[in-house]
Design a protein around this ligand. Sequence first.
Ligand code: BGO
Length: 690
Amino acid sequence: MDKEITIALTGNPNSGKTTVFNNLTGARQHVGNYPGVTVEKKEGKLKYRDQDINVVDLPGTYSLTAYSIDEIVARDFVIEGKPDVVIDIVDASNLERNLYLATQFMELGVPLVIALNMSDVAKARGQQINKQRLSELLGVPLIPTVANRKKGMNELIDEAVKVAEGKGSLRKITVSYGKEVEEEILKIEQILEKDKALLEKYPARWLSVKLLENDNEVQKKIKKSPYAGEILAQVESSISHLKNIFGDDLELVIADRRYGFINGACHESVERTAEERLSTSDNIDKVITNRILGLPIFLALMWLVFKTTFKLSEAPMGWIEKTQEWLGATLGHLFAEGSALQSLVVDGIIGGVGSVLVFVPIIFLLFLAIAVLEDSGYMARAVFIMDRLMHKIGLHGRSFIPMILGFGCNVPAIMATRTIEDRRNRLVTILINPLMSCGARLPVYTLLAGAFFNERIAGNVIFSIYMLGIVLAVIVAKLFRKFLFPGPSAPFVMELPPYRMPTLKGLLIHMWERGVVYLKKAGTIIFAGCVLIWFLSNFPYNPKDSGYERLEKSYAGRIGRFIEPVMKPLGFDWKIGVGLVGGFIAKEIVVGTLGVLYQVGEADEESESLRAALQNDKYPDGRNVYNPLVAYALMVFVLIYVPCVACIAAIKRETNSWRWPLFSTFYLTALAWIMALIVYQGGRLLGLGG
Ligand code: BGO
């Protein structure tokens, strides 16, 4: 005969736990005390299909914090008594509140079965629970029961025995506490790993969360560890770091996350058919996540975000440009006129890095706006609203935030894919992200649209490029999901935390964290890239050459000529080729390189002289190099071709392999070439472009 199985029964008070206990064990019960405390311990026996089972009725609790002796007893029994399985009796008519306890058992990593008790009451109240969906989202088997009518008891025991014997097949899922808290959990876990004896008893993640929650009992246990000093020092620094971001109520933030997780899971699996009392958050959600209104509200908000971001950043962008000009002029005087050194400092370094810095206001403001949406709880709803649409392309709602961030800068956007747990979804999201047209590509569009399209339609032309990026991302995602990463994606909960008023400090920290990635890119890769491009376009150096002659003979010029045959079918001449080579370092550099090529000195996207130079550039046979069709094909090419170096580095870091950065470089460049070819040759066939 098999060894006796111990089942621990747990649940909120009044969930029907005693009724289940009595149903299972009948008269075979005895009452004792938990060791050392006056809390009653009820145990009972039963035999189920030749299997001896011992059922322990834990004290009814709402949570597993260390606030009451009942809670401590319950959790100590689960951790130290090591039952083979825990059955959590949940009042289905009060699901969200009751599942709070379940999330904590999930975190403890104990084998768990949930009894959806009071299913009759839930049904009478008009709630329809999609048990299979909820079970998938929580990663825990769910058995509906009506304990006072002894319904579902056999199924419950059946499932519990299965799980106790290790035959349960569901995934291990834990609540995600958000980026900042997760980072601190990881730091504490890394130190806890050193104490192997401790981790044999307690899961590292659970200990870390409890320590962040300031749990006295867990602190006492840690004090006995030989690594206590190191662990507690890290906990202290983590708590102070997190309080700095979230304010004093860190425990509330953690609890909010658990409720957010539950709220999200219930939103996807419970349908309410009757009138119910709703909390404020629920009331707001009724409008915001409404099937019909949700999407228009979301689109209107996004429009507002982009409009205000671009409007507000105009003035600071101007200041940065003025400072850059002033710096170039002032420092330029320190060097001999026309010398290589002067050119390096003024054109290479100040011009190149300045062209990146000018986007700092727009990118920081965009990230600030996104932080407001995230911290207030709206972004979680946006994920929900977009989820249905994202599923159509084989992705999940969570892929959506990285895509929005991509319009600022693809580097922090690719880093933001870390919240996507499903590996295949995450890879696809990373691979399509460069198709979201980042801020750096805008000046190229502005220059070309301004030069070759009249003012009335220039804005629409640029908008069409952004839309093309989105449409291509959708198609590519669908294809990748189908052919490269087939198979359904694992379901998981989209948290719906309650709405909150964001704190200024939290907003600034979140904006800074993403923005600083862009600043680092300007300071390192782009700085080096500008010097490299300057070198390639000025050497071999001959002071007697004019700027144009020098560039033509330079290494960059030779590269441009070398790739000209490939570029010709797209309508591009060798100078455009040189500009595109520069854009590989960073797309911002394309305009600057064209400025050098056309010898207009300080060039930016608003530069009239550069626009005129492009309009008047002719082939030896007198044909114009540019026309609206070439300009549009070039915009399409710039939108799609190789992600910049910083973006490639981010893909390498996030996928931990060279395979994906190489793959995206190749596929994007090939796609860019094909799309530009279609635009240019198609346009010519239609008689466009003159
Ligand atoms: C009384 N459905 C319904 N409708 N009721 C249930 C179910 C169910 O699935 N399961 C349990 N109950 P406990 P805790 C009662 O006692 O097991 C009822 O605290 C009454 N008593 O019958 O005690 C159950 O151990 C007089 O109801 O919960 C019990 O977790 C009138 O839920 C109550 C009506 O169950 C609590 C009910 C004198």
